[in-house]
Design a protein around this ligand. Structure first.
Ligand code: MN
Ligand code: MN
Length: 297
């Protein structure tokens, strides 16, 4: 069981997370700089007293997730883009994770499909519901729009200073009979696409997690590690390091840290058939009356 204090921390993190998500979504307009938008959102999180649980990220069009600009690369939004804004906030390690789709084109069905799938899944959350039933609900809702759920992306548990813990919450009917339990903290995140319904891991990651303590003699890697340790094992953006250490040292240091196995990289995730992708996400505490703590009252 979760203590009332822990529930309250999730709820407070959730209010900040949803407020910054909705305010950030309004900044996504044709001609705006993606980096400016993400910097503004991350500043807003901290101004509201939250901590960043993972880099605010915006994935466009056929990219489902994990895109983040660097200090040297940026993207301008264009008319017709479909943007997924995904942000995470924590308070003392208690995480809120939520995402929204901003449609700069006329991708009405695509946007609605993941939104309705999320709403349908949230309606059936309770202790005892199976993971397969949640996936089935998401899949059926998205397919009712003649679109496909992305089967190799899933929701997840939220741990203390952990953004991804078991159980994986499927977006398709896996028949998994594992039941949700009272007191679990989970994120549900359906992705809809007009493509094949699967993503792959591409190259050029800009988001990483420090996963293993490894010794290195590389001076740049050693400098970066000092900063990286302050992220509590939560995901971080290369851009954050570049602002402190410069783009050149950061590139060399990250390459070395990844090579020696200290870091897990999270590269952008494009759809396998280059389909367009939408996503919606909320975080929930599982109980008879579930607490959707990234929703504002
Ligand atoms: Mn998310
Ligand atoms: Mn998530």
């Amino acid at each position: 069981m979760l203590s009332q204090d822990v529930i309250k921390q999730h709820q407070a993190a959730g209010r900040i997370s949803q407020t910054c998500l909705l305010q950030g979504a309004k900044l996504i307009k044709a001609g705006a700089s993606m980096r400016d938008v993400l910097d503004a959102i991350e500043k807003n999180i901290q101004d509201m007293g939250g901590r960043i649980a993972f880099p605010a990220q915006i994935s466009l069009n056929n990219i489902a997730a994990h895109y983040c600009p660097t200090t040297t690369d940026d993207i301008q939004f264009k008319e017709g883009d479909i943007a997924k804004l995904d942000i995470g906030v924590h308070l003392d390690g208690r995480v809120a994770d939520n995402a929204i789709t901003v449609d700069l084109g006329s991708h009405d069905d695509l946007t609605k499909a993941s939104k309705e799938a999320l709403q349908a899944a949230l309606k059936i959350i309770r202790p005892g519901i199976t993971l397969g039933e949640i996936g089935k609900t998401i899949q059926e809702t998205i397919q009712s729009y003649n679109l496909q759920p992305i089967r190799n992306l899933s929701g997840h548990g939220l741990g203390h200073y952990q953004v991804h813990t078991p159980p994986a919450i499927p977006n398709v009917d896996t028949k998994d009979a594992t039941e949700l339990e009272e007191g679990q903290v989970i994120a549900i995140e359906p992705f809809a696409t007009d493509g094949k319904g699967a993503i792959f891991e591409s190259a050029n990651p800009t988001i990483y997690t420090h996963t293993h303590d490894r010794a290195t003699r590389n001076p740049y890697a050693r400098i970066l590690l000092k900063t990286i340790k302050s992220y509590h094992g939560l995901p971080f953006a290369a851009r954050w390091l570049e602002r402190i250490h410069g783009a050149g040292k950061t590139r060399i240091g990250l390459k070395e840290l990844h090579r020696i196995g200290a870091l897990q990289a999270h590269p952008p995730l494009p759809e396998q058939n280059d389909g367009l992708v939408s996503q919606h996400e909320h975080s929930v505490i599982v109980q008879d009356k579930p607490i959707i703590f990234t929703k504002l009252d």
